[in-house]
Design a protein around this ligand. Structure first.
Ligand code: PMP
Length: 427
């Protein structure tokens, strides 16, 4: 019995399913989740001290790689001055200023503790600002697990086969309109009908919770256009794409203006941080300036703020993104070539340092239906084959993969060589 098997059995006695977030349980792929003891750079080490090249990177935050020495040093130093004060610190202003300086449509920003809180609060603010209740989201996009957003959601919700959760009151779910990602006509038709009731559109500008689906040309532009026409707000949920697709996320990359932006993951450098920010007249509606309530005992936590500040300082250094993206490209090309060589129908998408593979005959995957039609059985075999080879991929075919700056060319080549061996063994 491996240590992970032993630890998983123990965990299940006290924690539902043995995990604190469902996808970690390996339900989609079967088998036992790895219990992690430590991580460094591109690598995870499990409870048996086996090393894995990690393409999950804590689901995105660790863009520098794990346990970056400068981030750890800043965290340790800050921790010695106290873990939480429940009162303002200058660190919050520093990080807020940094975000407002970098992100084109961010005049004010509020910190929270997770992506879920960021999107939940942004939705409340959009409803409060517009005086409307309805929101538009897209099938297969995941924006955390708040009630309004857990309707036809992606990520773990898709994996568990419960994209819409029991426990979400129907009266609330009725206000969430779910449209098809990358279907601009569907969006126009919806706004033509009830545009004056819609508070906001929330969208992942590159969908990363139904594998990796970049927007088709014109899709994001249409969202901006209908919001402007009908007085709705456009919320770009860049929890995953922020500081991943580019320094200024997907909105910088695609040149789309957001009314509100939600951030998470990278901005906390692995600590629990989320944020929502945007145009001044909207953000001024948040308490204590305005009537829309939002709060948090640990929000703007000093230790989390320094992890974020240090991480952003490093990703802002000149030349950070080019090699990261080049390595992502090399990995994707290498794995595609290996698949083709073995006669496996496979395609891929990528955006900056995010990527995803699809086991399908289709030349390109751009929507939810195509994702759902992919060969999951083959993905599961591939996943377990790679795991045996010491490569840790996301344990579900609906998740994006992430590159870090710590992955070396050798790590990439090792991963491609592993994929070649695994593909050769697949049915
Ligand atoms: N929005 C997006 C786009 C996400 O990918 C996620 C999490 N993967 C969330 C929101 C929720 O973030 P958290 O898990 O930190 O609550």
């Amino acid at each position: 019995m491996s240590k992970s098997e032993q630890l998983f059995a123990e965990a299940q006695q006290f924690i539902p399913g043995g995990v604190n977030s469902p996808v970690r349980a390996f339900r989609a792929v079967g088998g036992t989740p790895l219990f992690i003891r430590r991580a460094e750079g591109a690598y995870l080490f499990d409870a048996d001290d086996k090393r894995y090249i990690d393409y999950v990177q804590s689901w995105g935050p660790m863009v520098l790689g794990h346990a970056h020495p400068e981030v750890i040093e800043a965290v340790v130093e800050q921790a010695q001055s106290g873990l939480s004060f429940g009162a303002p610190t200058e660190l919050e202003t520093e990080l807020a200023e940094e975000l407002c300086r970098l992100w084109p449509n961010m005049d004010l920003v509020r910190f929270v503790n997770s992506g879920t809180e960021a999107t939940m609060s942004a939705i409340r603010l959009a409803r409060g600002f517009t005086g409307r209740d309805k929101i538009v989201k897209f099938e297969g996009c995941y924006h955390g697990h708040s009630d309004s957003l857990l309707v036809k959601a992606g990520s773990g919700a898709l994996t568990m086969g419960v994209p819409s959760s029991p426990g979400v009151p129907a009266a609330l779910a009725d206000h969430t309109i779910t449209l098809s990602y990358n279907d601009a006509d569907g969006v126009r038709a919806c706004f033509d009908e009830i545009g004056d009731q819609i508070a906001c559109i929330i969208v992942e500008p590159v969908a990363g919770n139904m594998n990796c689906i970049p927007p088709v040309p014109g899709f994001l532009e249409t969202l901006r256009e209908v919001c402007d026409q009908h007085g709705a707000l456009l919320i770009l949920d860049e929890v995953m794409t922020g500081f991943r697709v580019s320094l200024t996320g997907a909105q910088g990359h695609f040149g789309i203006e957001a009314d509100l932006t939600t951030l998470g993951k990278v901005i906390g450098g692995g600590m629990p941080v989320g944020a929502f920010g945007g145009k001044r007249e909207i953000m001024e509606q948040i308490a204590p300036l305005g009537p829309v309530y939002q709060a948090g005992t640990l929000s703007g936590n000093p230790v989390a703020m320094v992890a974020g500040l240090e991480t952003l300082r490093l990703v802002e250094e000149a030349g950070f993104y080019e090699p990261l993206v080049a390595r992502t490209d090399r990995l994707v090309e290498g794995i595609l070539a290996a698949g083709k060589k073995a006669g496996i129908p496979i395609t891929a998408n990528k955006a900056g340092s995010m990527f995803g593979f699809f086991f399908t005959e289709e030349p390109q995957v751009t929507n939810y239906q195509q994702v759902m039609a992919c060969n999951n059985e083959r993905f599961n075999q591939f996943f377990h084959g790679m795991l045996e080879e010491g490569v840790y991929l996301a344990p579900a075919s609906y998740e994006a993969g992430f590159m870090s700056a710590a992955h070396s060319d050798e790590d990439i080549e090792e991963t491609i060589a592993a994929a070649e061996r695994v593909f050769a063994r697949l049915d």
